[in-house]
Design a protein around this ligand. Sequence first.
Ligand code: PLP
Length: 381
Amino acid sequence: MTAPFSDSLAPIAFLDLPAQQARLGDAIRRRIDTVLAHCRFVMGPEVAELEQALAAYAGAGECVGVSSGTDAIQIVMMAEGIGPGDAVFLPAFTYTATAEVPLLLNATPVFVDVDPRTFQIDPASLEQRIAQVRAAGRLRPRAIVGVDLFGQPAPWPELRAIAEREGLFLMDDCAQSFGGALSGRKLGREATATTLSFFPSKPLGGYGDGGAILTDDPERAELYRSLRTHGEGKTRYEVLRTGMNGRLDTIQAAILLAKLEGFDDELARREAIARAYDLGLEGAVVTPARVADAQSAWAVYAVLAESEAARAALQDRLKAYGVPSAIYYPRPLHLQPAYQGHHDGTALPVAEDLACRILALPIHPELTDAEVARIVAAVRG
Ligand SMILES: *Cc1c(COP(=O)(O)O)cnc(C)c1O
């Protein structure tokens, strides 16, 4: 196979943190220096400043900074008292963290199939799974986790209608999609609580672990604040409930404040790259369908190959051209060793098919137009 670009040009990065630092490093270092000067490394002023900035960005009433996106999910579920005997409905095609938290709380994840074109949770499958759990009578349906996958919103109007009709708590795992929007409104207010992750590869990524919870409910926000600090009450040594050490580090908040300033420009760049891919790749692979009336944060740009073998061939060709790619997700959660034993055996054919054919291309704001053109050429072969 000839690889016309790989000899003359450097390999493209899937996530280019050094280039990001070259662009933002000075602003980030100034923020970190401030923290080094005041030394309030735990719950320093940058945490509250970031919480206010994120709440304002999303138009949410409250924001609680926490230690990771996973801990954010855990705190929200703990606040609802989700536990043994409870069924938590969530998509089978998502990152493992969404499913592991219910199990940590001794609740049961119930896996739901996804849409073949948008990859988001499928409301029809959700209704079927709820009916199945009710009919079996072993678990109590308690909550739905809508996941905004790859930057796009889950089908929120449908999820809200189902949650209301079924009397279920609705939360938004927005770890991948902060900055995305639905009907002109930024994600963060679609469900009772929205969880964010600042893992470095997310659209708004820190330089370590971090997360946040958005809500419009002040009582829930107070509970989340208590739970993130060992269940504390009004004073540090009043312990009201079993909580956790789930705080966001001051240094991460400082870094995120610096990164938030250029966030909208980054989102615009991601959108421009996605459009270039859509145009350039038409006919070569199945490009990702847009959720109606939505703006994606483009955490992931995933295409579909015709078959598992075609995907393997495509991935090999990209590699030869110096273009990295990644498979999110090679196995749906209900078929993972950790979850198989908790799954009722229901086939989830779309999630199973996507796992065999999906392939993510690089999409980060540091990609140059020339690199995007190289990637398109490599996919087209
Ligand atoms: C990344 C991610 C999480 C977990 O976030 P962490 O900050 O890594 O704990 C949860 N859900 C989804 C869908 C994610 O992509």
